[in-house]
Design a binder for this molecule. Structure first.
Ligand code: RB5
Length: 149
């Protein structure tokens, strides 16, 4: 669960641009304060140029949670997960978005702008923003994620 009053950053490449605009407008109407970190048109861009600044800001504690998009969601998620304090979850269904919070304490949701509907995207974004991490055995598992062999 993320407080409605704190800023939620959102960023994307051209593959996620239309959906990013939809989400920004919809979330603002619902009372969220959105920090739009681009891209700002559907001109072709490189997704890392827009995902790195958002992921770094979440990693640095500037924001508690963020939303990222690209065409498939893969490039955005891969880029964000380069930061040790980021747990970015690529989600295709509201159930995955809910579990990403409950079980994985995800602090970024990655969405595949070219493969899901806007209605599905807002449903997932709201699930992500409004679900608590369960902790307990999941806390132990999340702590093991960074313990590479
Ligand atoms: C851009 O064409 C596309 O490759 C990008 O949006 C994303 O799907 C990359 O993972």
């Amino acid at each position: 669960m993320f407080d409605k009053q704190q800023k939620i950053p959102i960023s994307c490449d051209h593959g996620g641009f239309d959906m990013k605009e939809f989400l920004r407008i919809k979330l603002e109407k619902l009372g969220y304060v959105i920090n739009d970190m681009g891209t700002y048109s559907d001109d072709s861009v490189d997704y890392p140029d827009f995902i790195h600044p958002l992921a770094k800001a979440v990693n640095d504690g500037e924001f508690e949670a963020g939303i990222i998009l690209c065409g498939s969601g893969n490039g955005a998620q891969m880029t964000a997960n380069k930061y040790s304090g980021v747990r970015a979850a690529l989600c295709w269904t509201p159930e995955q978005a809910e579990l990403a919070r409950k079980h994985n304490n995800a602090n970024i949701i990655a969405l595949p702008g070219r493969f899901i509907s806007n209605d599905m995207a807002i449903e997932m974004a709201l699930k992500f923003l409004n679900t608590e991490f369960e902790g307990g055995r999941h806390q132990r598992r999340v702590e093991k994620i960074s313990k590479t062999l």
